[in-house]
Design a protein around this ligand. Structure first.
Ligand SMILES: *[C@@H]1O[C@H](CO)[C@@H](O)[C@H](O)[C@H]1NC(C)=O
Ligand SMILES: *[C@@H]1O[C@H](CO)[C@@H](O)[C@H](O)[C@H]1NC(C)=O
Ligand SMILES: *[C@@H]1O[C@H](CO)[C@@H](O)[C@H](O)[C@H]1NC(C)=O
Ligand SMILES: *[C@@H]1O[C@H](CO)[C@@H](O)[C@H](O)[C@H]1NC(C)=O
Ligand SMILES: *[C@@H]1O[C@H](CO)[C@@H](O)[C@H](O)[C@H]1NC(C)=O
Length: 759
């Protein structure tokens, strides 16, 4: 206590001399700050507020501190009491995984160490079998889990390296909690997860971070990108054509984006330019969605500088993007400090003013993006203010109002107060807290994130069970109507938009007699300029006629290439196809990383074990009827239920064989019948339509409606028709034709943007 008192008195005298007297001898010295194995840089020589940053070779990090700040009293903070050195980057202990051996077994694991996982007998590995300790302090790839089919409602959620879990029951409503072992690590992700009715765990897979662990730009772009794109796309306004008239749908929701950059303690000119570039990129990218958010942009260098004032958006002086960019590009950083401010408090004040002026404030959506070095040197701890913001926006209904508030925090070069920072984030689903090593390249990350605004496959709105037609267009924005007109007749099929240029449908839609129809007779409703029809080269309806199968539907797949891209909007948007990067990105919103890994594996080893993830036995799938766009649901029969389902194919007209495998190849998924529930059955015009599954707000196509064994009388009336005990539908499994889809949709050097398939 005596020492502390002495220090205070000492500091006080230094303050009198240094600050008030502005004397030279107050500068910090370079004594004892050297680092073994590394170097350091100074942001402003040895003057007050200068930042000393340590640098080590890749795979090493400065210990015990990453930076020091020269305080007014001429002392470094933290003080160099212990010698600094570059330590090798350590990764958290991977041996905590259950039901597996991790080899080799070490006490500690360092950069470039490699490990492999071997599950105990009877357990199956979900995730990578080999991992490497990366320079970021993380293990490569997702956390693997060794599971066996326990009949639990949710899959074993695993244990992250360095962590431990309580809770061993995985039924609906069961809870698991996570902690990181030892006090050197912090947990990022969800500390508590609950098994939900849909078979997924709530929250985000946790990861244990050391002080030196960082997120790579790639991780940031995947995760932050997924979340923010979702927010913007769901707010997009649009023009809908109805009976020839254009109706402008304006949503009442208003999006307010607050960007605060508080890296006051460590900012230098270069960092500042990086930050400016990053914010510019971010707002330019956001502008490419058809949303027009209101912005508050504040930079905290030595004092807060309001670059863009959100209130001006509510006055009639609406700012154009160009104005905003100009303001961002021209304002200058100030060097001298004055006053204390807390950025979150600043945001809160702005919110209060908006609330006062705007009657519909309740409907506004708020996204707060904070870049900080974690010291919040500009004022006190912002937790309280964030709590006030939460209370104001979430109104004690955190679940219902969750979409109204997101707080993202980017910790930059963070070494302190991480735990507090993490607790400031708000938002569901995706991770909202990131640790970046530097601000460098952040703008590239943002550029990457929102590169393809046409993305967001399968995103749709969920309007209850009785949507009107306009709402249905937004619930199934990928549905396309295909008509084939010949001299004799017009036939109709459904299709699905799979990219702005292509519609996926059934090849048999174009079969007239034994021939494939020319494109001139094909119309795609709304967009009738068809460039080309690509049917699967192995599709041949008459190829098994000599074996007693009058019509053979294997490879019943075709892609219609349109002359130009359709305009993407909330009511016209592609469905997600399996094995594309985008679909994996979409699934990331709802699945754990290891589940995605399995999904990814299915695609590239082509093992067709889709039962494991996308479809489980008797899984509910949906498809649409042409008339009134009603959703029909059915259950896919897999495993031991499959033989009884497909055998009914032999009852179809034109089949004169006893070998059902000849008729229904492995490429067909079977539904129909009345067990375990009465399925809905497809009618004639439903052919070619997507058989899909929904994961929250994303729709993924797993198959397409191909053929059935019976013509149901009730189909003449259209709409929803229930299956009888014998009627069956055979849906063509599109996992089986990924190479075909890739050869066209993924082709580069064309005048359309190729879809990126996972390799
Ligand atoms: C909607 O239609 C109006 C009037 O035709 C047009 O000015 C506006 O640009 C359109 N908006 C979009 C997003 O297409
Ligand atoms: C903005 O302009 C509208 C129409 O010109 C006017 O009714 C409104 O009062 C104005 N609002 C402000 C804050 O000036
Ligand atoms: C996304 O899904 C959630 C949960 O089903 C729902 O509450 C929300 O309204 C959906 N968002 C949109 C844009 O449809
Ligand atoms: C389809 O199969 C039949 C019988 O094998 C064959 O005669 C015919 O040429 C094939 N058609 C095409 C387009 O390959
Ligand atoms: C069915 O096949 C058998 C033998 O392959 C043949 O004798 C019979 O005539 C065929 N029936 C029809 C209706 O084609």
């Amino acid at each position: 206590i005596a020492k502390a008192k002495l220090y205070t008195i000492y500091a006080f005298f230094f303050y009198i001399y240094c600050v008030l007297g502005n004397l030279v001898w107050c500068l910090c010295t370079e004594e004892k700050v050297q680092i073994e194995g590394g170097t350091y840089t100074l942001s402003n020589q040895l003057q007050e507020a200068s930042i000393l940053s340590y640098h080590c070779e890749e795979g090493h990090y400065p210990y015990p501190h990453l930076v020091r700040v020269c305080k007014f009293n001429g002392l470094w903070e933290p003080a160099p009491t212990k010698p600094s050195k570059c330590r090798p980057v350590q990764c958290p202990d991977p041996t905590v995984v259950e039901n597996a051996n991790v080899l080799p077994r070490e006490n500690q694991y360092f950069h470039q160490n490699e490990i492999r996982y071997e599950c105990y007998g009877g357990y199956e590995l979900y995730g990578p079998s080999h991992r490497t300790c990366l320079a970021s302090g993380k293990w490569s790839g997702p956390h693997p889990v060794c599971r066996r089919d326990s009949g639990d409602h949710c899959p074993d959620p695993g244990i992250p390296p360095g962590g431990s879990r309580t809770g061993t029951l995985f039924g609906i409503g069961e809870k698991v909690t996570y902690t990181c072992n030892g006090n050197k690590m912090i947990l990022i992700g969800s500390e508590e997860r609950v098994c939900q009715e849909d078979g997924h765990w709530s929250g985000i897979e946790p990861t244990c971070y050391y002080q030196h662990t960082y997120d790579s730009p790639l991780e940031v772009s995947h995760v932050f990108g997924g979340g923010i794109k979702h927010t913007f796309a769901s707010l997009q306004t649009e023009n809908v054509t109805q009976e020839g008239r254009t109706i402008k749908l304006t949503k009442s929701e208003i999006l307010n984006i607050y960007i605060a950059l508080d890296i006051s303690s460590s900012i230098n000119q270069e960092q500042f330019e990086n930050a400016r570039k990053a914010v510019l990129t971010l707002i330019e990218k956001i502008a490419s969605f058809s949303v027009t958010p209101n912005y508050e942009i504040i930079f905290f260098s030595a004092k807060p500088i309001e670059v863009v004032n959100i209130l001006s958006f509510f006055d009639n002086k609406t700012k154009s993007l160009a104005d905003m960019v100009k303001e961002l590009e021209t304002f200058k950083i100030q060097s001298k400090s004055s006053g204390l401010q807390v950025h979150s408090f600043y945001v809160f004040i702005k919110m209060a003013i908006i609330k006062q002026r705007q009657a519909n404030f309740k409907e506004h959506q708020h996204v707060i993006i904070v870049f900080t070095d974690g010291g919040y040197n500009m004022g006190g701890n912002p937790t309280e203010t964030v709590n006030s913001i939460k209370a104001e926006i979430l109104m004690d209904k955190p679940k219902e109002r969750a979409e109204h508030l997101d707080i993202y925090i980017f910790g930059v070069g963070t070494q302190i107060y991480d735990r507090n920072l993490k607790s400031l984030t708000v938002g569901t689903g995706e991770k909202h807290f990131f640790r970046l090593q530097t601000l460098q390249d952040l703008h590239k990350t943002f550029d990457e994130i929102i590169k393809d605004v046409k993305g967001l496959c399968g995103l749709h709105r969920n309007y209850g069970d009785m949507p009107n037609l306009r709402q249905k267009r937004q619930k199934y924005p990928w549905v396309m109507f295909v008509s084939i007109m010949t001299d004799e007749k017009t036939s109709n099929c459904l299709g699905s938009l799979v990219s702005p240029r292509f519609v996926l449908t059934a090849a048999h839609c174009f079969t007239v007699g034994d021939f494939i129809e020319k494109m001139s007779n094909v119309k795609v409703e709304l967009y009738d300029d068809v460039q080309k029809i690509h049917t699967h080269p192995k599709y041949n309806i008459s190829s098994k006629r000599h074996r007693g199968i009058h019509e053979f539907y294997d490879y019943d797949v075709a892609l219609i290439e349109l002359v130009k891209d359709v305009p993407i909007s909330p009511s016209l948007r592609p469905i997600c196809l399996p094995c594309t990067e985008e679909t994996n990105g979409a699934l990331r919103q709802t699945l754990t990383l290891s589940e995605i890994f399995v999904f990814h594996n299915i695609c590239y080893i082509f093992s067709f074990n889709i039962e494991r993830l996308l479809l489980t036995n008797n899984d509910r799938i949906g498809f649409l009827t042409k008339r009134n766009l009603v959703e029909k649901d059915a259950h896919i029969k897999l495993g031991e239920n499959r033989p009884d389902c497909i055998i009914k194919a032999l009852q179809a007209k034109g089949i004169n064989t006893t070998n059902v495998a000849e008729v229904v190849t492995d490429s067909f998924l079977c539904s129909g019948g009345d067990y375990p529930a009465i399925d809905k059955i497809a009618c004639r015009g439903d052919s070619g339509g997507a058989v899909f599954k929904n994961y929250l707000n994303r729709t993924i196509q797993v198959a397409l409606v191909s053929w059935g064994n019976k013509v149901m009388k009730k189909c003449e009336l259209g709409g929803v028709v229930e299956s009888d005990k014998d009627s069956r539908d055979f849906h063509f499994n599109i996992f089986k034709v990924v190479p075909f889809l890739k050869s066209i949709l993924g082709k580069t050097g064309q005048d359309y943007v190729p879809l990126v398939f996972v390799d």
